[in-house]
Design a protein around this ligand. Structure first.
Ligand code: TYD
Length: 134
């Protein structure tokens, strides 16, 4: 299973750092939605779903967290701890986010508007969808 983690270009000078993200250039899809999680309580795990068609890029713009990716046959854990790192998550990928630092702000760039019908929240249904019988 391939994990696609971007290192975005950092524009730094003696004032500090800046990252700019443009759709189709730095981000491989049209950005239709941006959302972010913050004040995540200790020991909380979020996510627990896959998407039928949505693609996303996760950026921990402050603090750190971990993301478990699961394609049905293989699992990978990715740490996000730099504001210039972006984790690409394709469709048909189960994800769980956890180990949020107290100051974590996890921003998500999404290729589609919010649509509950695009979610797969049942793990066995996810396994069936990716062709792993259950
Ligand atoms: P939820 O899907 O539970 O987040 P997680 O990815 O951690 O599973 O979303 C929490 C709430 O926010 C839920 O009531 C739906 C709402 N929400 C929106 O209204 N728009 C969005 O784009 C997202 C991601 C969530």
């Amino acid at each position: 299973m391939q994990v696609i983690k971007y290192a975005f270009q950092q524009h730094g000078d003696d004032r500090g750092m800046l990252v700019a993200l443009e759709e189709y250039k730095d981000i491989p899809f049209e950005i239709k939605r941006v959302y972010y999680m913050y004040d995540t309580k200790k020991n909380v795990h979020r996510g627990f779903h896959a998407h039928k068609s949505l693609e996303q890029i996760l950026i921990c713009i402050h603090g750190s967290c971990k993301v478990l990716l699961d394609n049905g046959t293989e699992k990978k854990i990715v740490s996000l701890e730099k504001p210039y790192e972006g984790l690409y998550i394709a469709n048909n990928m189960w994800r769980e986010m956890y180990d949020f630092s107290e100051d974590a702000v996890l921003m998500v760039l999404a290729s589609e508007y919010y649509k509950e019908e695009d979610y797969i929240r049942d793990y066995n249904e996810f396994l069936r969808m990716v062709g792993v019988e259950k």
